[in-house]
Every structure is written in C-alpha cells, then in structure tokens.
Write a protein that binds this ligand. Sequence first.
Ligand code: IMP
Length: 428
Amino acid sequence: MPAIVLLGAQWGDEGKGKATDLLGSRLDYVVKFNGGNNAGHTVVIGSEKYALHLLPSGILTPGVIPVIGNGVVIDLQVLFHELDGLEARGIDTSRLLVSANAHVIAGYNRTLDKVTERFLGSRKIGTTGRGIGPTYADKMSRVGIRIQDLFDEKILRQKVEGALAGKNHLLVKVYNRRAITVDEVVEELLEHAERLRPMVADTTLILGEALARNEIVLLEGGQATLLDVDHGTYPFVTSSSATAGGACTGAGIPPTAVTRVIAIAKAYITRVGEGPFPTELFDDDGEQLRQIGHEFGTTTGRPRRCGWYDVPIARYAGRVNGVTDLVLTKLDVLSSWEQIPVCVAYDVDGERTTELPMTQTGFHHAKPVYEYLPGWGTDISGARVLTDLPANARAYVDFLEDCSGTRISAIGVGPEREQTVLVHDLLD
Ligand code: IMP
C-alpha cells in the first residue's frame, strides 16, 4: 500500500484531521503537497486542541515523518511560530522535512495579496490575505524565491532584486505604497535560515526511496477540490492544485504510486470567501448549522457560509480525483433537524442537471433541487459502529453514498478522535 491521497471533496474545512487520525501511526510519511498557511486543520486529541495552518497534521503523530513538499508555499515566520507552539506543548517536531524546492512567501507578497483584494472591490476573491496567490504567481512567472535560495546569499539577493524590480513599480505607482528595499527582504528571509537548514531535504528522493521500500506515504491536500485553481470555481479558488493530480506534482510522486484516494466531505457543506454556492442558506437553518457545527475559519476566524449537502459536487469530486473512499464528517451536527434537505440536482435556467455546470455563469445560476430525508432527532455522538446509528441516520448516510457514487468508509459523529464510525478500513 504505497501512496494514499487525502483531500477535501468540497470547499475546504471538511475535517481532514479525522481521517489522518484513523490512519494514524500506520503511516510512515505525511506530506503536505499544496497551499500554505491559508489552510486550517483542527485536531482534537483528548482535551487538547491543536490548530495547524501550515504544518502537516502528521506532525502530531509519533513516529510519522511529516514533510512539506515542493508544491507548498512557506511563510517562515508562521512555520517557526507553529513549531515553537507545538514544542512548548511537548510535541516533538524534530522529524519535519522541508523540500528545497518549496517556495517562500516574502513580505511583499503578503502586502500585494491585501492591496490586490482591495483594488478588486466587489470582484474580490475573499483570500486569506496570507500572500498565497502572489507567491504562486511568482512561481509561475519564474521570479519566485525557493527554500534552497536561502543558503546562497548572493543568489538570494539577485532573485530578490529581480522580483522587486517589477513589484516596486506596482506598489508605488499603482497601489500608492512605499517601495521595499532588497536589504529588508533579504534580512527577513535569512532570519530563520540557520534553524531551517537541518530540515531541508531532497524530499522527492526521500519519498521515492520510501515508496520503493513499500512504506506508506500519505499525501495530504490543503484547501479542497472546488478551490483547485484548475478544477474549482475559478476565479473564486486558491492558487494551487488541491486535487489528486496536484498531489503527484506537489510531492514529486508518480501517479502510478497512488493506490487510494480518500476524500473528506461534511454531511452538509461550507465555504469561506466569495464565489458561487448553490445550496447556501441565508436563514435560521444556515445560522443553526454555523453555531452547532462551529463553522468559523481556523485561519481567519471568518464565519463560514453554510448549506445542505450537494450531491453533484460530491460526484464531481469523485470523478476528478478518482476517489476510492469518502469520509463523511460532522453527521452529529444534523441531529436536531426534523427533515434534512439534500441537493440531488440543479436547475440551471430551467434545465435540470446532475452535473456541475460547465461555465461560471451556469454555476452562478444553479438553483438546488432538493430531496428531503427524515431526521433522527437524537444524539449520535456516542456511535462507534454502523448499528449504533438510528435508522434514519443510517438511511441518510446510505442515501448520500448511493447518490455520490463512492462508498462511505468512515463517519464523524463528534470532534474527538474516537468519535468515528468506521465502516471500511482506510488502509486494507
Ligand atoms: P487564498 O488561498 O488565501 O488565496 O484564498 C483563496 C480562496 O480560498 C478564498 O475563498 C479562501 O477563503 C479560500 N481558502 C483558502 N484556504 C482555505 C481553507 O483551508 N479552507 C477553506 N477555504 C480556504
């Protein structure tokens, strides 16, 4: 069982930590393959709650080697802040490996992220403001700064000079900000270089060798399918590849090594930031989902937009990622509803479809077509096997499984590690 991909099936925040916990100490490596500190995992272990933004969740599992892959963009201040926070709580972080090819988020890209959003006005994306988009833009424009550049000051200076040449024009002439000096950027980037040095590695080589030894490598996606820059609701997406294809690129692992793709979906759906959202609720139901499900961003604290489960999205995620197992999270959040709507299709300008609309306009016009399932009206947080669930909760899960076209292998019934109904082993 070599490489397993783990990713979100919706717009993020589905609760990937739950699945990582289930795989736990059976993993040898956990690789973050995309995104940066725009992500937010909350992992609850006993009475301890850990909010991770940049580090792979494998950092919390003893014996597992956590890896930040080449596809990630790294804010060094955040990296060391998170490491220090975990160390202070007694977590050993010394196994962390960081790809020499990962890109670094420089201060000017955090600034540009914020001012660009401001200038977009009503067309803003609702980014996390962490500099993610501009750093990926630099990568594609080939003016990015990589981790390896921090260990050659001459090269670093040249690269920063090259990047700033264009950016200072933009900052000063377009955005009315002050020019940034090469010295201040170099100083900021070098601040952590020596502490970083022992973690830096040729991670694709290390992972390739691990796979050759038949060790288990988990490729953990940040954000989710509908935030993928190619396959999401563009332009209201993040700037990286959050789907299964991106896992191979962002970790340097061949597609033939991937034997399993596990997607996480909430029993309802949420989104932060702007963009179309067919099942979004603006009424008391939406507010109730937000309150009961604690739907506030881990990274930015923003209230999440909430809506009912969307089958066309689940089927789409299944198709573009080749999903083998679905992990359904937060089923317990729905326990108080008398009936639960599930979106089974869209009405797009009078035409019914079960597929995602091809165009952005179609997606904006999509109205949900609901089927209504009876609720179960009882606390399910103590369920550990399928037969512990009341009949209507099982019927709800069966319905989602049938419609979504992927087997549901685990069901989350509460935030704690053990509050999970395991249906199929995620490794066998
Ligand atoms: P960026 O990734 O900061 O550029 O933001 C782009 C879009 O992705 C915005 O709508 C963000 O709210 C969204 N986004 C980024 N990371 C996450 C995440 O981890 N969960 C949910 N939404 C995210």
